[in-house]
Ligand binder design. Sequence first.
Ligand SMILES: [Zn+2]
Length: 247
Amino acid sequence: MDSGFVDCHCHISAQEFEEDLEDVIQRTKEAGVKTLVAVTEGVGEFERVLQLQERYPDLVAPCFGVHPLQVDGGLEQRSVKPQIGLDFTPWCAPSQQDKDDQLDVFIKQLSIAQELQLPVNVHSRSAAKVTISTMRKQGISRALLHNFAGKPSVALEGVKAGYLFSFPPAVCRNQQRDKLIQQIPLEHICLETDSPALGLEKHVRNEPRNITLCCQHIADLKGVSPETVKVVTAENAYRLFPKVSRR
Ligand SMILES: [Zn+2]
């Protein structure tokens, strides 16, 4: 059954889309995208995402989170001093204390998800190993690791735990993640765009319609048709997000 594409991680509520949102949505639909999992980075965006869901009920599925380090917004909007996940890149977590603070908040967010019986859509950067081991320790069974860039051996630990991995069009820029994608079974892969970021070209606004690019790239790496990647990744996404009804 062709259920179309599911963009498992995009920021359709971003300012970058405000001006020509109608056109962006039109192109999204024309590309065959059936669901946009609309991820937030901060509390300030929750309302906007709900409005978008009301405006496009067949397309937009809200996914609320608070980024590990929010640079803007007031203190009350921040998860750690300044999305759910861990960002251990040196400029985000210069000290061990910063990492520990992120970890505390991450564990709290994981327990909220468990309480509400929701899957988690996780950002991890330079923190793949800790992210996966923390989720396993906390007994998380349903998780998507978005824009994953850890080692294949670490990813396979996540596969064992039943986790899914999504990749944006930026993976087509070079061959850095080809081996990683080849090693993760297709049954554990989802598609995402992370638009407006992580497109094919740096500094050019990315759109959900570009999901076809990562689909083609993954198909080439796996030696299967893009149609297969589309169908299997959509099945994976609907299994992970059962509250999102098939379109
Ligand atoms: Zn994102």
